[in-house]
Design a binder for this molecule. Sequence first.
Ligand code: CA
Length: 231
Amino acid sequence: MAASILIVEDEPAIHQLLAYNFEAEGFRARVVETGEEVHAAITQEMPDLVLLDWMLPGLSGIEVCRLIRARTETQKLPIIMLTARGEEAERVRGLATGADDYIVKPFSVPEVVARVRSILRRSKPESVAEELIRGEITLDRGKKRVSRSVREVQLSPTEFRLLEYLMQSPGRVYSRAQLLDRVWNSDAEVDERTVDVHVGRLRKNLSRGKEHDPIRTVRGSGYAFDERFGR
Ligand code: CA
């Protein structure tokens, strides 16, 4: 699954535009409208990048930026600030406070997406890489194709997303509930056994019952892509 972006912006027209476009580009986007909600949103799920508006009701963007930098867990979390035109001095202050980049409003959406990609390429390359390659398995995000050595592996869209998500962080164990939340549409009517069924199919398609299985079942916990696969 692609990178997750937390958008902190109080103007609905802007956050809707951003969220819509990031989702269309294959990112996962979450929105909060105030700085006060940022802590809870990050605690619930760590984003890969925060798009942070400068002018917010209550806590300002700059204060939120400082708070994020002050916590050990989020010290290095990439932040892009959105500022109004002509606030040159403020921009400098923003970068000094620890934002990785800033974008001046009004912005063009492709520019925002490009700047986000550029930062993620450094901070989390696998989240924006066109291809994920682990051992003899290659997953091509753009072409939506998976191959194992020279063999093309046929997967359903759900199996593809599941493999993409697991391959992105080899070794990391995800519970069934986490996989349901991240891979399936969260409001879909599915239960945790659905995950087992799809993992079973994914395995069958990847390994045909005779090749080395790259997916680990971790009893009582969930599933992981074996970090030793292909090593
Ligand atoms: Ca604002």
